[in-house]
Design a protein around this ligand. Structure first.
Ligand SMILES: O=P(O)(O)OC[C@H]1O[C@](O)(CO)[C@@H](O)[C@@H]1O
Length: 568
């Protein structure tokens, strides 16, 4: 089949390119003075308010972006995703993470089979298992209840669950259910991460969940073997059956590893790793920590956005609007990065998760048909909670590079505090910054204003803020399991919208392979040099020198000197 035309060859793309000069003529300061425009750029859904009036865009831009969406067949692509078509063509897979949170009675087909009953079968199994662990009906090898969980996994098998766990930890309702329990995540193959995870934990009261879609990921498998050793060294090898369970699509390898397949929780190849938080990958560890009922609310939140994304018209569709505006910023205004700035510490792991969702999905150089792109797709995502970020990298955002920002605020704090004698509550103080920063970026400060304030001449340029820096503000009513699910789904779908418009495959990740295979070559070399004193061979000058230095400098670390496991 002939490759379809690249999106940049279409008329709507060219119209948007031509439109850039018009937009650049008007400062955001002026755009913001048009109340009607601002009003039209605020949309509400289910208690959330999205304000995108601080985008360098007008109704004309929005119309042009709609035309672009049409040219990209966005609606059809979204439908294909929900219909279970194999839109991940390079891996010949459907993309159905929406099925993971679909209500029990819905019908979502993959290859002519409704997958929702399978999803609920696993959810029911998780509910039952987590209740048995939490109630103490399932006990460890020495008869003690398992109150601690280490989830071993990396990438998509780690970042999403970590984000949700961190967000729930301070939610008053969820945290009630987590009393006396601990959930930790072991991701990095670095022994330091192993030490951090097991320090202070007792194998007798610890359940280990090995989370890996493929069950072949080098880091996860080594960490899983290390923790298995930690358990068997303390409790005997037969304890592994009671203390280790798994989440995977590869149940054969789970069994080979020594985990009873009855204690394995399945998911399916139509769930991408970075889109797997709502599968057993996230649902199992989170249910163990907070109970299934809390996690079910999270799934419901995500599902509410799925339905909205699937059915709302473009002008009212949160993920679609956000996705189109991202394309506008990246591909037309030339801003390749985006800062994710939640004004709540509970979302401190949100940006790291979205980094994977966005950058592993859309960091591509060819179209879905394999044609090299003459434009750059993908965006650079990073972020920190406000106000911490303000005292770190905001300087660059205000006076250096233009980086479109996502400000995420919460009306009702998870932890309301009012310090006696203060003018405003602690949360109001935080939110004062949430409201101020977008305007500082949009309006800036002119030399004229500074001179009026009697700023010395030699400081005027230093103190000038050019403004005209775009952002969106998303105000959530609160931060509980339900709207954490909503937030996740908004960002997942936003990324998909961007990829659909750019005409790339957002659901494969070939770019992670090369580094993995080169690491295998290095691993073999380290093994040969250590065991048989073989010289370093087959690498370039630089890598040879580095490897040689590493081997020479670490010869004095014999196996006997290594603690097999870090001391507790
Ligand atoms: O769940 P697995 O198979 O261990 O993979 C972990 C992660 O590794 C990746 O393949 C990238 O290296 C991710 O896409 C995935 O989320």
């Amino acid at each position: 089949m002939a490759p379809s035309a690249l999106i940049c060859e279409t008329q709507p793309w060219k119209d948007l390119k031509a439109h850039v000069d018009d937009i650049k003529k008007t400062h955001l300061r002026e755009l913001m003075s048009d109340t009607e425009r601002c009003q039209s750029m605020m949309i509400e859904f289910d208690g959330m308010l999205l304000d995108y009036s601080r985008q360098r865009a007008t109704s004309d831009t929005l119309n042009k972006l709609k035309n672009l969406a049409e040219a990209a067949h966005l609606k059809e692509k979204i439908n294909k995703m929900f219909n279970g078509e194999r839109i991940n063509s390079t891996e010949d897979r459907s993309v159905l993470h929406v099925a993971l949170r679909a209500p029990r009675d819905s019908v979502i087909n993959s290859d002519g089979k409704n997958v929702v009953p399978d999803v609920w079968q696993v959810l029911d199994k998780i509910k039952d298992f987590s209740e048995r662990i939490r109630s103490g009906a399932w006990i460890g090898a020495t008869g003690k209840a398992l109150t601690n969980v280490i989830a071993v996994g990396i990438g998509g098998s780690f970042l999403g669950p970590l984000f949700v766990h961190t967000a729930l930890q301070t939610d008053s309702e969820a945290s009630e259910f987590a009393k006396g329990r601990q959930l930790r995540f072991l991701a990095n193959v670095d022994p330091v991460d192993v030490a951090r995870n097991i320090t202070g934990l007792d194998p007798e009261t610890t359940l280990v969940v090995v989370v890996s879609k493929t069950f072949t990921t080098a880091e996860t498998m080594l960490n899983a073997r290390t923790i298995r050793e930690w358990i068997s060294a303390a409790l005997g090898p037969e304890a592994v059956a009671k203390h280790m369970v798994a989440v995977s699509t590869n149940l054969t390898l789970v069994e080979k590893f020594g985990i009873d397949p009855n204690n394995a929780f399945a998911f399916w190849d139509w769930v991408g790793g970075r889109y797997s938080v709502c599968s057993a990958v996230g649902v199992l560890p989170l249910s163990l920590q907070y109970g299934f009922a809390v996690v079910e609310k999270f799934l419901k939140g995500a599902s509410s956005i799925d339905q909205h994304f699937h059915s709302a018209p473009i002008e009212k569709n949160l993920p679609v609007l956000l996705g189109l505006l991202s394309v506008w910023n990246v591909s037309f205004l030339g801003y390749p990065a985006r800062a994710i700035l939640p004004y709540t510490q509970a979302l401190e792991k949100f940006a790291p998760h979205i980094q994977q969702v966005s950058m592993e999905s859309n960091g591509k150089g060819v179209s879905i048909d394999g044609v090299p792109l003459p434009f750059e797709a993908g965006e650079i995502d990073f972020g920190e909670p406000g106000t911490n970020g303000q005292h770190s990298f905001y300087q660059l955002i205000h006076q250096g590079r233009v980086i479109p920002c996502d400000f995420i605020g919460v009306v009702k704090s998870q932890q309301p505090v009012y310090l006696k004698g203060e003018v405003v509550s602690n949360h109001d103080e935080l939110m004062s910054n949430f409201f101020a920063q977008p305007d500082a970026l949009a309006y800036g400060k002119t030399p004229e204003q500074l001179l009026k304030e009697n700023v010395p001449h030699h400081l005027v340029t230093h103190k000038t803020f050019s403004g005209d820096r775009p952002s969106v503000s998303l105000l959530l009513p609160s931060l509980n399991a339900y709207n954490i699910g909503q937030l996740l789904a908004i960002y997942e779908h936003r990324v998909a919208v961007e990829g659909f418009v750019w005409g790339i495959n957002s659901f494969d990740q070939w770019g992670v392979e090369l580094g993995k295979s080169l690491a295998t070559q290095v691993r073999k070399q380290l093994n040969a040099s250590r065991k048989k004193a073989e010289p370093v061979e087959g690498f370039n000058f630089s890598t040879t020198a580095l490897l040689t230095r590493y081997l020479e400098a670490s010869t004095d670390i014999s196996k006997e000197d290594c603690t097999v496991l870090p001391k507790m």
